[in-house]
Design a protein around this ligand. Structure first.
Ligand code: ADP
Length: 561
């Protein structure tokens, strides 16, 4: 009932939601109600009306048609069969118009109801207009032809306006209906597209949620202000480990630095750094307290909008505790083994020195001792390298140092050591360069680069060492014309235990620690080291150190290495 009332108050949206039978009844109802009004009016003021047989027949037919609207199961009949009702409506209207005669004028105007119904149905538009026009014409011409009176042009045109008015109304309604229908279609199409978009977006959201929650990595997406937009279950587990819950601020979590005990300052925590727009990878943090403490490797990437502006960041948390533990165990093992090797080796070297210094040694004994001595030296270097790698960060004491002199000494020593007669050395170092460095340690770096240049130039060639002041730093390069490396090999050249396959195949002695140690030493000075290399053409290793000012309150380091 509410729906019917709603329709009667012109809420057309709901009209479409009614059943077909209800819609047919409601479309017929205005005409039936108007007829009822005429009957009431006639009963009050024109009782003669009820003596007219055709009027009563018309009113009766009208009632029958309304009854048909109610009882016929329209939805089970062929489509559009309900249009028979407005079509038949012209008959009772014609009968009532004829019966009303001059008692009530304008009854013919009732034809407007079937005309509107036909035109507004949107079905068979042209036929509907024609039927409306012809039906109205029939209403006005039927009495002219139905009597014995002669048909004159006057009698034919007397009420001819009615069908034309009905036609005009029909056309207007048809145009309005067509435009409404077109609009409705557009709205429906948009509605459908929107619905599909909503479904797609909901599907994507479900997919994202499933993926985000099934990965074994903690995830958080934050906006530019650091407000969380998305987190996953794994991160909640990590948060619980650090004494927090889903809503605990990152600053309140128990996160520590690499010693596992010093609290990580808030400004250096990953989400805070990400909110500031920093991009980082493999940033290690110790979460929670021992013994449940875990080591998390965190990385951050920026999120940008379509215009490329920063919208926030995504931070990932990966549990690398086992890896870090394994690496520490490896370093400990290397340190222990090297320590154990060093003690007997020191004794061997001491006695060797004693033996080689003995007078009157037989030549074969002397040359045997020479071989033993050379090999024990190699063994000693290896043990020292292993110890230094296991130590981690090398200890240094930087003082203003005559860098040019240092290079001169190391090149001279390399020349002396070189057993390859095809090897030439060239020192292009600017004189008087002052670097703030630990001379023995930097000497170790130069020795390593020079010995590599010789080792990896089996066919000889020139080794050039140059050093100069560049951008307020001391820059030193060691260039050779040796075997060089491929771009792929170059990527790992400063990693511990790295060796190119060429070096391994050619059985060139070495374990791949020299460059890793050199890098650690240079970086400990606040400097940098890099390498350029072309396979088959040679390599250039370049390192930079801080410049020492001449007025620095330190004594020049003697070049005693
Ligand atoms: P080692 O020389 O003891 O093997 P390094 O750490 O000094 O260890 O060098 C690592 C690897 O880098 C070497 O094994 C070699 O394959 C490559 N490499 C180093 N220097 C050069 C060079 N000047 N020319 C070509 N390859 C080199």
């Amino acid at each position: 009932m509410d729906r019917v009332l709603s329709y009667l108050t012109l809420n057309t949206r709901q009209f479409h939601e009614l059943t077909l039978r209800m819609r047919v009844v409601l479309s017929q109802l205005p005409l039936s109600l108007t007829v009822l009004l005429i009957l009431v009016g006639g009963a009050l003021f024109h009782r003669d009306l009820f003596s007219s047989g055709s009027f009563l027949l018309g009113a009766g037919l009208q009632a029958v048609l309304l009854a048909l609207c109610v009882v016929v199961p329209w939805d089970r009949l062929p489509h559009a069969s309900f249009l028979v009702i407005p079509l038949l409506d012209f008959i009772p209207i014609g009968l009532m118009r004829h019966g009303a005669g001059t008692m009530i004028t304008g009854v013919g105007l009732l034809a407007v109801f079937p005309v509107i119904w036909l035109a507004a149905s949107g079905l068979f538009p042209r036929a509907a207009l024609a039927v409306g026009f012809l039906g109205s014409l029939a209403i006005v011409w039927a009495p002219v032809f139905g009597t014995d009176a002669a048909v004159t042009s006057q009698s034919l045109t007397q009420s001819i306006l009615l069908p034309f008015i009905m036609l005009a109304i029909g056309v207007t309604i048809r145009v309005m209906t067509a435009s409404m229908m077109a609009q409705q279609q557009v709205v429906e199409e948009k509605d459908q597209a929107l619905q599909m978009l909503l479904e797609e977006s909901a599907r994507r959201e479900r997919l994202l949620e499933t993926v985000v929650n099934s990965v074994d990595i903690g995830l958080i997406a934050v906006d530019e202000t650091g407000r969380p937009m998305l987190t996953n279950r794994k991160l909640e587990q990590f948060r619980a480990l650090a004494g927090g819950t889903r809503n605990t601020a990152e600053g309140d979590l128990r996160i520590f630095q690499h010693d596992g005990q010093s609290v990580m300052p808030e400004a250096r925590r990953p989400t805070r750094r990400a909110a500031e727009g920093q991009v980082f990878s493999d940033y290690l943090l110790w979460w929670g307290e021992r013994p449940d403490q875990r080591v998390l490797s965190t990385s951050s990437r920026l999120m940008t909008n379509q215009a490329g502006a920063r919208e926030g960041s995504v931070v990932t948390f990966n549990d690398v505790t086992e890896l870090v533990t394994a690496l520490n165990a490896k370093d400990e093992f290397v340190a222990t083994v090297s320590h154990e090797l060093r003690t007997p080796l020191t004794a061997i070297r001491g006695y060797l020195e004693l033996l080689t210094g003995m007078p009157d040694l037989q030549p074969e004994v002397a040359s045997g001792l020479e071989v033993v001595s050379r090999n024990s030296e190699r063994l000693h270097k290896l043990v020292v390298d292993l110890l230094s790698t296991a130590e981690g960060t090398p200890e240094i004491t930087p003082v203003p140092t005559d860098f040019s002199e240092l290079v001169l000494q190391r090149v001279a020593s390399a020349r002396e050591r070189s057993t390859n007669p095809l090897m030439r050395f060239e020192d292009r170092t600017e004189p008087g360069l002052l670097a703030l460095c630990d001379a023995p340690r930097i000497g170790q770096v130069l020795d390593n680069l020079l010995s590599n240049a010789v080792k990896y130039s089996p066919d000889g060639g020139r080794v050039t060492v140059s050093a100069a002041e560049v951008d307020g730093e001391v820059e030193c390069s060691v260039t050779d014309q040796g075997s060089g490396m491929s771009a792929e090999e170059l990527k790992g050249v400063f990693s511990k235990f790295f060796r190119t396959s060429a070096a391994r195949n050619a059985a060139i002695p070495g374990v791949g620690l020299g460059l890793a140690i050199s890098k650690a030493i240079v970086e400990r000075h606040g400097g940098t080291i890099s390498c350029r290399s072309v396979e088959g053409e040679g390599s250039t290793f370049t390192f930079r150190l801080p410049l020492a000012r001449a007025d620095q309150d330190q004594q020049l380091q003697p070049q005693q290495l």
